[in-house]
Design a protein. Structure first.
Length: 452
């Protein structure tokens, strides 16, 4: 069966089931801004937890950091963002819309019938102008006397300026890394394709500091490692690719970058970038601050400025890729079933507990007791509203891998039905063994049943 997913279907499911809402909707919404509801929060938390587990918890050579969103404004001058972090934009004098000059082929103009900007007789585009992507703010209560500052456009700089603190306290020798998850802000002017490109988003970035001669080797290592992370979490290999940047695409700090791209419904697009930043950042901050950001071997006295390899991923873009890759439709008993076949480790809710006849107090009591037991171990949901078929469909749409149903037979033999989201297979298991059974299942390797 061909892949049924479209961006519209994802947007509609995300809204219907409370993953993602347009921001400030009662005021007409705010372009490229979204709010995350209950299941969106749980899904994002799972993405971040899996990243931290792979990047920090399961490694000896990477430590965590949480730096401020507002840094000293000099950081952004020295990093090159004040002068170099911009998009080339063109305005259309006819339709008054603004477009990225390097992405005109992906945009639609405001004329009717709409074409790519510049494609109709009416289009009247200006020359490209540079537009800085950083959000400016002011520190201090008095507007005129305050200090201009920026909301960080990447979490990476907070890591570089803390290099000395962390290297000393963590007693790590290159190669070692510092990992950070946090919000970043960019004044994106182009339409966002849902949560693919937004004004504020979360990044998962790791700066890996290495001896200069080892950087090329570590760059290759991290491209493979990061690709593997998405595969382990169930994304189809056919929908992932690695693309090396052309020289003219490289960011001002990078000497080589490879993007891990996902085949979104809008086409192949960046999911994560792995950059070889050389010693650009540590050198620049050393020169400007007067603090030497270098590695010194206390025994041999050897000293050098490490080079940096940076895997930089987006939480929201990963979440979107996981949802798209998981989205499936099939006909079951003459009805369309929509299901998110998420990896169980990513799924917002791991198990639903469903009393078949909620009015039956004995059944409801047993179901409630089982739910109370399970929710100490995993994110569980108790649902007693509506027909059982509707309750299953609700859980399918949020990607819950297992549902446990308590019925009249439970009252006779203390067994429950466990239903598998993907195969729809049902089996009876003992209520006392349900927790162990579920935990075993959740720990098993999982591969998507989706083809392609
Ligand atoms: N420190 C390097 C850096 O920031 P980047 O490629 O600009 O590199 C890293 O950003 C990741 O952050 C991207 O691969 C993407 O997943 C995410 N990202 C960047 N801009 C975004 C935006 N406006 N909305 C959502 N995610 C974004």
């Amino acid at each position: 069966m061909p892949d049924a997913v479209t961006m519209d279907k994802i947007v509609s499911l995300a809204r219907r089931r409370g993953f993602v809402f347009p921001s400030s909707e009662i005021y007409g919404g705010l372009g490229s801004s979204y709010d995350y509801g209950h299941y969106g929060v749980l899904l994002k938390e799972n993405v971040k937890a899996r990243w931290l587990e792979a990047m920090v918890r399961e490694r000896d050579d990477i430590v965590a950091l949480d730096s401020s969103i507002i840094l000293h404004p000099r950081v952004w001058e020295v990093s090159g963002h004040v002068t170099g972090f911009h998009d080339p934009l063109v305005d259309c004098r006819f339709c008054k819309l603004r477009f990225r000059a390097d992405q005109l082929d992906q945009a639609q103009c405001g004329a009717k019938p709409s074409k790519h900007p510049g494609g109709t007789d009416k289009c009247d585009l200006t020359e490209p102008r540079h537009f800085n992507l950083m959000f400016k703010t002011r520190i201090g209560p008095v507007e005129e006397a305050g200090l201009d500052a920026y909301l960080r456009p990447e979490t990476a700089q907070g890591i570089f300026v803390n290099f000395k603190n962390v290297a000393q306290i963590a007693r790590r020798k290159p190669p070692f890394g510092i990992a950070q998850i946090g919000k970043a802000f960019r004044n994106e002017i182009t339409p966002g394709n849902f949560i693919f490109r937004t004004l504020e988003f979360e990044q998962m970035e790791m700066e890996y500091f290495v001896p200069p001669g080892e950087a090329a080797e570590w760059f290759r290592f991290w491209v493979e490692e990061r690709l593997d992370w998405y595969l382990r979490l169930g994304i189809r290999r056919s929908h992932l690719r690695v693309r090396e940047h052309e020289a003219e695409e490289l960011a001002h700090y990078s000497s080589a970058t490879s993007d891990i791209e996902y085949l979104y419904p809008i086409g192949w697009s960046e999911l994560e970038g792995i950059a070889h930043r050389g010693d650009f950042d540590l050198q620049a901050h050393t020169e400007a601050s007067g603090t030497k950001l270098e590695w010194v071997d206390s025994e041999t006295g050897e000293r050098y400025t490490p080079h940096v390899v940076e895997p930089a991923a987006g939480v929201n873009r990963s979440m979107l890729a996981f949802m798209i890759d998981a989205y499936d439709e099939e006909i079951v008993a003459d009805r369309l079933r929509t299901v998110l076949r998420l990896h169980p480790q990513i799924a917002p809710v791991k198990v639903a507990v469903l009393p078949l006849i909620p009015r039956n107090e004995e059944i409801a009591g047993k179901a409630r007791a089982l739910y109370e037991e399970l929710r100490h171990a995993v994110v569980a949901e108790y649902d007693d509203s509506g027909q059982i078929g509707r309750r299953y469909r609700r859980q399918d749409e949020i990607g819950t891998p297992y549902a446990l149903t308590i019925d009249e037979q439970t009252l006779e033999d203390d067994t429950v039905t466990i239903r598998d989201r993907d195969s729809l297979a049902q089996e009876r298991i003992s209520i006392s063994g349900a927790r162990a059974f579920l935990l075993d299942r959740l720990a098993e390797d999982w591969k998507t049943p989706k083809s392609g």
